[in-house]
Design a protein around this ligand. Structure first.
Ligand code: MLT
Length: 405
């Protein structure tokens, strides 16, 4: 008799952003006259840069001609894109990588969910709290997290590293020893960063404990301050303990186009097994390559025009971040993030919990954000707004919030 994977039944509720989406839809259906402003999910709103659109058109035309038609893409990515990545994202900041250490995929969400498959099912994971929910949920599905305690919002077999105002939203080394450590910096959801020295300590710690860091650098393009590392491989020794995840979604607007990559260095070995070879085997078996036209679009991100247009997009969103940050501060909120990140993290006012504030903001200001508790127990009493809206909507949302008093 067929049986379901019972690990899936352990997952409480629906995925965070699905819950938010359902609540907003219900509100909007009940109040069709209200103009709801969405600053919840970190989805971009500006159109793709011109250089990217032109590359998409060219590549689409190639697909219409037999001589230039492309079928299955190489499962690990086209050489032209992997070389552009190695040069622009790494060599240009002094990090040397080989092309075959880069694995092109259809998104960092799937990579961050899938990467756990190459580790022992008994591995203990450590996560920041609050955290991007995919890291934990994918390990729940894999049966690695133990039992869920609804009262504490914690899984019995997950090591939580609280990131609170007291530690500037930067995790301390956990008391228990993890096997896999998920780090995301600039951080989703808090917008916090680690300095190079702080990240170096994590690399040293992981090498010492023989743990692997899964470093999610999806927001690196938003770094504006010196001494905030863009890649974990800027730290000495990272190639023997770290996998890095990158995305084209947040820097270049590919949320609807889907493109990302994962770096697995060849020096990274566990008990004599190279994780690069393991991930290549996994990727080759389960993935048939990101589409040619999308990889061509990704290549255009690294052209001179592409770089210029992307810099303009990022500065547009970071201007929104300033509007949110300054506006909320002026209104008396306790705010952080928003400087090296498109996320602004605020303390909920008047003793409201995260979901109470979500409802309050939706009903009273018709503004959608993301409840901090949805990212983990230490997110309770916090709320996340994104800078990815339009400038006009962002200004209006902040004006409405200010009027709430
Ligand atoms: C977020 O809002 O946290 C992100 O958009 C989610 C994602 O990138 O999958």
């Amino acid at each position: 008799m067929a049986k379901v994977n019972e690990n899936f039944l352990k997952l409480p509720g629906s995925y965070l952003f699905s819950t938010v989406g359902k609540k907003v839809k219900a509100y909007q259906e009940a109040n069709p006259e209200k103009k709801v402003i969405r600053l919840g999910i970190g989805d971009v709103t500006l159109p793709l840069p011109k250089a990217v659109i032109e590359a998409l058109h060219r590549a689409t035309d190639e697909m219409a001609v037999q001589d230039t038609f492309h079928g299955y893409a190489p499962d690990l990515g086209y050489e032209f894109l992997r070389s552009a990545i190695v040069k622009n994202d790494f060599a240009d900041i002094g990090v040397s990588l080989d092309v075959d250490e880069v694995f092109v995929s259809d998104g960092a969400k799937s990579d961050s969910a899938n990467i756990q498959e190459i580790f022992d099912p008994a591995s203990r994971i450590a996560v920041c709290d609050p955290v991007y929910p995919v890291y934990v949920d994918s390990n729940v599905m894999a049966g690695r997290t133990g039992e869920y305690d609804a009262a504490t919002g914690r899984w019995s077999n997950v090591i939580y590293m609280p990131c609170t105002a007291e530690n500037n939203f930067a995790p301390a080394f956990p008391e228990e020893t993890p096997d896999i450590i998920y780090l995301c910096f600039p951080n989703n959801p808090t917008g916090a960063t680690l300095t190079k020295e702080e990240l170096q300590k994590w690399v040293d710690y992981a090498n010492h404990k023989k743990a692997v860091i899964i470093f999610d650098a999806a927001y690196e393009a938003y770094i504006s301050e010196e001494n905030v590392p863009h890649s974990i491989y800027e730290c000495e020794g990272a190639k023997t303990c770290a996998i890095e995840l990158r995305s084209f979604s947040k820097n270049a607007g590919f949320t609807g186009t889907r493109l990302a990559y994962t770096v697995v260095p060849k020096e990274l070995e566990l008990e004599g097994v190279k994780l690069n070879a393991l991930w290549a085997r996994r990727h080759g078996t389960k993935f048939n390559g990101a589409p040619y036209i999308i990889q061509k679009a990704g290549e255009a991100v690294y052209s001179a025009e592409g770089k210029q247009q992307i810099a303009e997009m990022i500065s547009y969103y970071m201007n929104n971040a300033r509007v949110i940050y300054d506006g909320l501060k002026a209104a008396g909120y306790t705010v952080s993030g928003g400087v090296n990140s498109p996320y602004i993290w605020l303390k909920t006012p008047k003793g409201m919990n995260s979901w109470e504030f979500f409802d309050y903001l939706l009903e009273q200001a018709n503004v959608v954000g993301t409840p901090g508790s949805g990212f983990g127990p230490s997110g309770e009493g916090y709320f996340r707004l994104t800078a990815f809206g339009s400038y006009e909507n962002t200004v209006e949302a902040i004006e409405r919030i200010k009027k709430l008093g």
